[in-house]
Design a protein around this ligand. Structure first.
Ligand code: GLU
Length: 326
């Protein structure tokens, strides 16, 4: 819990690589409810570093969809704010400065592994963590001669050399989370194509924007120890973290098109009311006893991290009936 008089700052940080759907809109709703229930400042940050995957029209549509759902923000790409710009694609200078600092402190190393090398790691027994292949440190600690051999004219990526120690933290939803040393392996902070890695950018921005509370999807729980180690390396104070359960389809599988058109935009065009969607989400996340239509702001008094389930939540088979589609 925040200490009294602390200025709470939370954020929602979508990657505009697609449209908002019931799953990521649910996380946005929870992040918004947390900030509003604490009387804090809501920041909207667009994580559009991977330019080829992101489209400006998806950013615009996501903003519209969030507003339609009844969510607002105090700072973001469309409004003034003391921490502008709020699009990662415009914050390159900050990331370069952090990379230089980490490099000066010998916390990064150049990695020449090709996609094929990394794929063979993924195919090796025990090579996969839930987040992808664990990097075994092939390029870490190379002698000058070895480096010259591996380099062979290639542009390297930069990896953060994970300190060899376990990490634990108290998650606002998951509880005490413990990760063993080096889980996931040394990760990329700058790709060979020059794109800054998510882990670094998110930490730099949350630090620079003085974010105190991060509520995001469970899929990022595994990233948190890496981020905590980056905070430590950069001398930053980490925010409180809470990882919200993912939403699954009625069959328990990852939410996808086959479960019906789950894009917020499509639901809205079909005439569904935002209150019905919010009601469905509020019920799935434990804030309502029944999925009745409700405005997002009317859920603020009901918000409590302890009510949110720790397990993923499944859309009921009749979710379309619940939102009034059939
Ligand atoms: N941009 C990330 C995503 O859309 C979220 C980052 C975060 O909340 O830390 O998955």
């Amino acid at each position: 819990m925040p200490v009294q008089n602390e200025k709470v700052r939370g954020r929602f940080a979508p990657t505009p690589s697609g449209l908002l759907h019931l799953g990521n809109a649910g996380t946005a709703l929870l992040a918004w409810l947390q900030v509003r229930s604490l009387g804090g400042t809501m920041v909207l940050r667009i994580e559009d570093l991977d330019r080829p995957r992101c489209k400006p029209e998806w950013t615009a549509r996501s903003l519209e969809d969030m507003r339609w759902l009844g969510l607002d923000w105090d700072e973001g790409p469309d409004s003034e704010g003391p921490y502008a710009p709020y699009e990662q694609s415009k914050r390159g200078g900050l990331y370069t400065a952090a990379l230089d600092r980490l490099e000066r402190e010998s916390l990064l190393y150049r990695c020449y592994c090709s996609r094929a090398d990394l794929l063979s790691i993924a195919n090796a027994p025990h090579g996969l963590s839930a987040e992808g292949p664990a990097y075994p440190g092939t390029c870490r600690g190379l002698s000058d001669k070895e480096r010259a051999e591996r380099e062979a004219g290639k542009t390297p990526s930069l990896r953060f050399a994970l300190p060899d120690k376990p990490v634990q933290f108290e998650d606002g939803i998951a509880g005490l989370v413990h990760f063993t040393a080096g889980s996931g392996g040394d990760f990329v902070v700058k790709r060979a194509d020059g794109i800054v890695g998510y882990q670094l950018a998110v930490v730099i921005d949350d630090m620079a924007m003085e974010i105190t509370d991060v509520l995001r999807g469970w899929d990022l729980l595994e990233s948190t120890p890496r981020q905590l180690l980056l905070y430590e390396a950069l001398g930053g104070v980490p925010p409180r973290f809470a990882h919200a359960p993912l939403m699954r389809g009625p069959d328990g599988s990852r939410l996808a098109k086959r479960h019906g058109d789950i894009a917020l935009n499509a639901l809205r065009e079909s005439g569904v009311s935002p209150e019905r969607i919010v009601g469905l989400m509020g019920w799935l996340y434990g804030l309502l006893d029944l999925p009745h239509a409700v405005k997002a702001k009317d859920l603020i008094p009901a918000f409590d991290l302890s009510r949110i389930p720790k397990e993923s939540v499944a859309l009921p088979a009749d979710w379309r009936r619940i939102v009034g589609l059939i």
